[in-house]
Design a binder for this molecule. Structure first.
Ligand code: HEC
Length: 150
């Protein structure tokens, strides 16, 4: 085997390992520790960036990239859901489930490669972000915190 094809072999191997890693990370997500109060705000900030990415990917019709955004957002919102469930804040659990529903809408639009419905899904998602923030978030200094009693 000449060095060139050896190189290809390694690249293919790396690729397959990458796939195994991707599949494996799914179960790591499932097994993650419950989200703490301190972790909610950094997670939210990450959510905001990924939703911005998703919007750009819809504008550019980069559907596989949109799929990757959703692969990150679904487990994040599952953790958020578990967080509010553990806290017993039912209305926040409801908002989180609405957000997951909006993600499904975006996912279906992505699979169908339909820009209009995908944008509509992003609008529904943002409306849920806003509703939950109004209900359960308050300003503190130059940042935010969970509203007292939420
Ligand atoms: C179930 C309720 C809920 C939903 C849904 C929700 N958020 Fe939040 N979000 C909060 C709460 C509560 C905080 C305050 C957390 C803190 O600061 O401890 C927050 C904080 C944030 C912050 C500020 C981080 C900080 O504290 O400085 C950003 C950014 C944010 N959310 C983005 C989003 C986006 C984007 C969405 C929708 C895609 C969303 N959130 C959906 C409840 C929610």
């Amino acid at each position: 085997m000449n060095p060139v094809s050896l190189g290809w072999c390694f690249r293919l191997l790396g690729f397959s390992l990458g796939l195994v890693g991707l599949i494996g990370s799914g179960s790591i997500v499932e097994a993650q520790e419950p989200l703490t109060e301190e972790e909610l705000s950094p997670l939210m900030t990450e959510v905001r960036f990924i939703v911005q990415d998703a919007e750009l990917h819809i504008d550019a019709r980069y559907w596989p990239d949109l799929g990757e955004d959703l692969d990150k957002l679904f487990p994040m919102f599952r953790r958020v859901e578990a967080f509010w469930e553990a806290r017993g804040t039912e209305s926040a659990v409801g908002f989180t489930q609405e957000a997951i529903e909006a993600l499904r809408e975006i996912g279906a639009a992505g699979i169908a490669m339909e820009q209009g419905p995908a944008r509509a899904g992003i609008r529904s998602l943002r409306a849920v972000c806003q509703s939950c923030h109004e209900a359960h978030r308050e300003e503190e200094g130059d940042g935010y915190r969970i509203k007292a009693g939420s």
